[in-house]
Ligand binder design. Sequence first.
Ligand code: M6R
Length: 616
Amino acid sequence: MCGIVGYIGEQKAAPILLKGLQRLEYRGYDSAGIAVHDSVQINLVKCKGKVSNLQKRLEETPLVGNIGIGHTRWATHGPPNDENAHPHATANNEMVIIHNGIIENFDTLKKGLIQRGHTFQSDTDTEVLIHLVDDIKRNEEDITLFEAVRKALNEVVGAYAIVVMSRENPNQLIAAKKGSPLVIGIGKQEGEYFIASDATPIIEHTKNVVYLEDEEIAIVDRESGLQLRNIKNQEKTPYIQELKMQLEALEKGGYEHFMLKEIYEQPRSVRDSMRGRLNVNKGIVALGGIREYEQKLIQAKRIIIVACGTSWHAGLVGEYLFEDLARIPVEVEYASEFRYRNPIIAEDDVVIAISQSGETADTLAAIEMAKQRGATIIGICNVIGSTIPRTTHAGSYTHAGPEIGVASTKAFTAQVTVLTLMALSVAQGKGTIPHSRFQRLLIELDAVPEKIEKVLQLDDQIQYIADYYKNATNALYLGRGINFPVALEGALKLKEISYIHAEGYPAAEMKHGPIALIDENMPVVVIATQGASYDKIVSNVQEVKARKGKVIAVVTQGDEQVKALADHTIEIPEVDEVLMGLISVIPLQLLSYHVAVMRGCNVDQPRNLAKSVTVE
Ligand code: M6R
């Protein structure tokens, strides 16, 4: 959610903040704003809409100064408009704040502040927080900005990543975090610092960063440097880490959209997810990050997978893999439901938390709950240094590289790759897989990137199919076995970027309800690849055709039966059934992408969505 950026140093702040907001726009894009201290006063420009709107406003009203903060918003409190855009300020821009998160007790705080004479310009919880800081400052003579922020944060219930700037302190920014991520980059010049909700705007300036921990407050000062304290006012030592991310990974690299680039990156990202973990010649699968906990997995009575959205779909693929290969019962839970139930969790349960961003609030809360109940928690995450990998007992990074498009593509295939490696490794450790099958799967897994390449070569054909169905208002996606979660993922991709209503179903469930929807206007995407239930899915295709539905079938190369029935077929390379999800999802990603582009939708920043869901 919301993107935060801050700068302090010798350079002009506004261009750095603006570029930072462009990099962070995938986190939220309904309004944006910047405040810059010109060493006398704080000036502010903010407006509804995308960062490009803000850029135009800044051309008309340039902001001068070497210290400033910027924000791109994903609305929680109040509609997207100029007033609700951040930064929020107290009277005469004495103090300004940017915030990501939710202040849950903002209403109570606001009532008290109104009684004490504060007036508000916006509907946001954030404005309440800066007035609270102001209130504390008014009532305590000589209190420092840090101390006022610290005291205010002690009154706050909820999640926050904030940066505060004050007219009185032209050399200082105060940053703090609880529940929402915040990272500080240490610039190459003395006294230069960058602050951001993730490392993407920082990477072009410095590789040295400090990730704030929950309830830490940073005093970032041009003269006295970086100091860390917590909200109890105890001193903390900043831990400086080196970023491994490459700047090119954050650019479109000649593609029209990040989503397309990321779809095309999958041969590489799947290969990177396996790198150093799969050795076909030696017959070894080893995930270094979970080595110490592998016995826990081998002995687990049950695996519980918690995740949201696309990551939850990857979890469903994981269920098939662990059950089939390692013979361990698996439950796949929406993190948002799991955290509010009273689930039975035993100490010999292993919880696998899957998340691209590593910041998803519901997944984090599910982890905390399972941890408190004694389970072992293993993370599968993409963003290095994000909160989930720091909260889990052990884990494996997916190494897909930064995913900027809001619609997850390469993160999904990387997650499934890591789950496959994990399941194979546990299966080998448990002795639940015959050696010959194990060896064959390693060979096949190793060949998956080339097979993805082959599917990508079908792009023109998929574009042609997209053109045929671009005006649909509904779509059904059907699959069986491991292709059922792929059907769910295909439907999610279509709905989130093209706004066509789409549902995924296990193919056999169709006759228990959704079949009523089928007529000549209903496109039905059927993943009908070779496997144990091929004959069954052929029957499902016949059922759709008998009701005049339009079938787009994803089939294995050389298929004749489904091809004869379907309106359009996409032939993908053959692969062992347990690995099929890695291949069959690719045409569905491309189909959604092209339909969305043809409908004129913003595929990288679909309406109402944000890349990283840090609020519940
Ligand atoms: O970062 P996470 O993987 O935890 O995010 C979970 C979901 O919000 C995410 O997968 C979402 O469903 C995708 N952006 C959809 O494409």
